[in-house]
Design a protein around this ligand. Structure first.
Ligand SMILES: [Zn+2]
Length: 291
């Protein structure tokens, strides 16, 4: 009798496991960038909004191009020793990695962190993305649908080709907002452009869509491949002060981001610093402050 129950229980368990795998695999395929964009382009609420927004930029000039364009936040106002650690997950060829050691460390040390994630990285790390999004220690924000710097005339930076017109800029911003919201049930509030470069029109478009562009005040230097942990540590510790946004990456396990964080965090905590999510902060341009 007992054996029969055990057998039935095992069948149920395996069935549940297979169903879960199947559903997840189906979901992953549905949300992959090329398919998801096709779905959005059949949805009139998306296409109508796109038409309306893109029309406003048909004759617009791109304006200034850079990391610190007016309307982008790079730091925040605080009376406390607060710092925001932000990490990009870029995605695309050679950028689809996952720094598990770093994430384990953030979890072990209970360090709240903000992740800027692209649609491409989600496609390559679907299960991991879903796990990260369920962890309240992490705030999931938008790093663009295809990891293209947000431009209305095809500017590029560090060899990364920007969006070529307002239509592509719209998809880069909004398609990833909708994709992340569909998967996490929360629409991202913040956006960091690929390479952090964007033009003034891109900033204006983001604001129109209710998205706040974010740059950084402390460049950790982890994105220069194989920078030694001590160099990253110095970059952060020398430039840190209350209200800074630090930029790092979670998509290159071969870089020394984790090894540097392991040195940086105890030192900052000793100095009385605490780590916070962007959504809880008073940003100077922040759209949340204006609501
Ligand atoms: Zn990136």
């Amino acid at each position: 009798m007992k054996t029969r129950y055990l057998f039935q229980f095992s069948i149920c368990f395996v069935g549940l496991f297979l169903t879960t795998c199947f559903v997840n695999a189906q979901d992953a395929a549905y949300y992959r960038n090329p398919n998801f964009l096709k779905v959005l382009n059949r949805d009139t609420s998306y296409t109508n909004l796109k038409k309306k927004v893109v029309n406003e930029f048909l004759h617009a000039s791109p304006g200034a191009w850079g990391e610190f364009i007016k309307g982008v936040d790079e730091d925040f106002y605080t009376k406390h020793k607060y710092i925001a650690f932000t990490f990009d997950a870029c995605g695309g060829p050679h950028r689809n990695g996952y720094n598990a050691k770093l994430i384990d460390y953030l979890r072990k040390e209970r360090i709240p962190a903000t992740f800027f994630i692209t649609g491409l990285w989600i496609d390559a790390n679907f299960k991991t993305f879903m796990e990260l999004s369920r962890d309240t220690l992490f705030e999931i924000e938008n790093h663009g649908f295809n990891h293209r710097p947000c431009s209305i005339d095809g500017e590029s930076k560090y060899g990364v080709q920007g969006t070529k017109d307002a239509s592509q800029a719209f998809d880069e911003l909004e398609a990833n907002e909708i994709k992340i919201e569909a998967l996490t049930h929360r629409r991202p509030i913040f956006y960091r452009s690929a390479t952090a470069f964007m033009d003034e029109s891109g900033v204006r478009m983001a604001h129109q869509l209710g998205i706040q562009p974010i740059s950084f005040q402390v460049l950790s230097g982890d994105a220069v491949p194989f920078t030694a942990p001590s160099v990253i540590e110095d970059c952060v510790l020398k430039n840190v002060k209350p209200g800074v946004i630090v930029i790092m990456h979670i998509n290159h396990p071969e870089w020394y981001t984790y090894e540097a964080m392991e040195k940086i965090v105890p030192k900052l905590r000793k100095e009385g610093y605490e780590f916070v999510h962007l959504k809880n902060l008073h940003l100077y341009n922040g759209i949340l402050n204006k609501k």
